[in-house]
Structure formats: structure tokens, C-alpha cells
Design a protein around this ligand. Structure first.
Ligand code: DC
Length: 223
């Protein structure tokens, strides 16, 4: 029987890793695990329950009641049985998520759920700490990145195509702020795992990135 691998991918916001991870999971018929969506759902839950981001004791208790599931190749997110896919992608979530995602005991609850989803292999997990904390024993690890300018350009074009007025410079500043918050967090910061394959997508199309990663997986499977 062909071994169903555990593949982990980390990288900064806007690097394209979600699109890439989802496509790789689809190509291999694996489960796609978007750990960022879990922190987003947890943030939504805290807002629904009216809990302040500084109230760690109540947030940790809430995390234990936060059951997150995915369907539709990871594109639909359920929080305690309700589809919250649209709600977790709003500015209200972005505003509070950094404060929520830095609480160690809350992260521990999320990590337990992530490991449970990944426990049988055949999974592509992505986020900020999947290669270093969640699945350090993953068969293959990738660090997907791109320059700040390129990530800002992509986000600018995406927002423009949706008719949303914005400034590329402002987006670049926000991306830099998110990088700093993700990389300087005390617990589980975004880091490059020593054995991760680095994929710089700055000058590559999504299809080129997917082809490169699939080749790496194929080569690994032949060893
Ligand atoms: O990947 P994303 O942009 O949807 O992530 C949303 C937020 O969650 C982002 O601020 C970083 C945080 N996050 C995290 O702390 N750990 C993860 N494994 C994934 C995301």
C-alpha cells in the first residue's frame, strides 16, 4: 500500500501557501488542514461570547469548547457545527487574532485538534508553526515565502479585482507588521524549520510552485 504522507508547510502571510497547500492536497487526494482558519474560528468564538482578548482564563476555557471541522477540501470551516467560512475572513477577526493566537494554553488546544486531524497521514497542513511545533516529524516540510513587495502586489491586485479601494504601500506596511507579530511572538513564532525545503515564490507562478512541490514529494517517495 502506498504510504499516505504527512506534509507541513509554513510561511508568512500572502506567500501563496494556502493556495499551494490546498492544490497539493487536492492533487494527492489528501486532507487539507488550514491551521490559520482554526485561529480565526477561535477568534470569532471569543467575539460571539463577548470575551476580551486579555481575559486568558476565560479564553482557555472557551478553547476547550471550540470544535473546528473542515469540509470541501478545507474551504468550508465549521465552528461547533456552524459554517463560519465567510465570518472568519472579516476585518473584525483580523483586528483581534494576533492577541488570541499568542496565548500558549489556547494554542495547545488548537495544536491537539490539528494533530488529531493529521494523525492518520494523508494530510497537507499549513500555517505558521506546523513544521516546527504541530508536526515536527512530518515526512516533508516546506517553507513558502516571497518578498514583501511581491506579497503586497498580489494582495493589492486581489483587492482591486474585488473593487476594493486600497493603497499598495499601506498593504506592504500591514504585511510587514504581520510578519513582525508572527516572527517575534514568544510562543510558536513563525520560523524556518532546519529541514524545511525553502520555496521562494517571488518570481514564480502558482502553477510553477505546485509543480516544484509535487516533484519534491515524488522524489521523496522514490527514496
Ligand atoms: O494564515 P492566516 O493569515 O489565515 O492566519 C491568521 C492568523 O493566525 C495570523 O495572524 C497568524 C495566526 N496563525 C498562527 O498563529 N498559527 C498558525 N499555525 C496559523 C495562523
Amino acid at each position: 500500500m502506498v504510504k499516505r504522507l504527512t506534509i507541513a508547510m509554513d510561511g508568512p502571510a500572502g506567500s501563496g501557501k494556502s493556495t499551494v497547500a490546498r492544490s497539493i492536497a487536492k492533487a494527492l487526494d489528501y486532507v487539507y488542514l488550514n491551521s490559520g482558519s482554526m485561529y480565526r474560528a477561535m477568534t470569532l468564538f471569543s467575539i460571539q461570547e463577548g470575551i476580551n482578548p486579555t481575559d486568558e482564563i476565560r479564553l482557555i476555557a472557551l478553547a476547550k469548547r471550540c470544535q473546528i471541522e473542515f469540509s470541501n477540501n478545507g474551504q468550508t470551516t465549521f465552528l461547533n457545527g456552524t459554517d463560519v467560512s465567510k465570518q472568519i475572513r472579516t476585518p473584525a477577526i483580523e483586528e483581534k487574532i494576533v492577541a488570541i493566537a499568542r496565548i500558549p494554553a489556547l494554542r495547545q488546544e488548537m495544536v491537539c485538534q490539528q494533530r488529531r486531524i493529521a494523525s492518520e497521514g494523508g494530510v497537507v497542513a499549513e500555517g505558521r508553526d506546523t513544521t516546527t511545533v504541530v508536526l515536527p516529524e512530518a515526512d516533508l516540510k516546506f517553507y513558502v515565502t516571497a518578498s514583501v513587495e511581491e506579497r503586497a502586489k498580489r494582495r493589492f491586485q486581489e483587492l482591486q479585482s474585488k473593487g476594493i479601494d486600497c493603497s499598495e504601500q499601506q498593504i506592504a506596511r500591514e504585511i510587514q507588521e504581520r510578519d513582525t507579530a508572527d516572527q517575534s511572538r514568544e510562543h510558536s513564532p513563525l520560523q524556518m524549520a532546519e529541514d524545511a525545503i525553502v520555496v521562494d515564490t517571488t518570481n514564480l507562478t502558482i502553477d510553477e510552485v505546485i509543480a516544484f512541490i509535487l516533484t519534491q514529494i515524488e522524489q521523496w517517495s522514490l527514496c
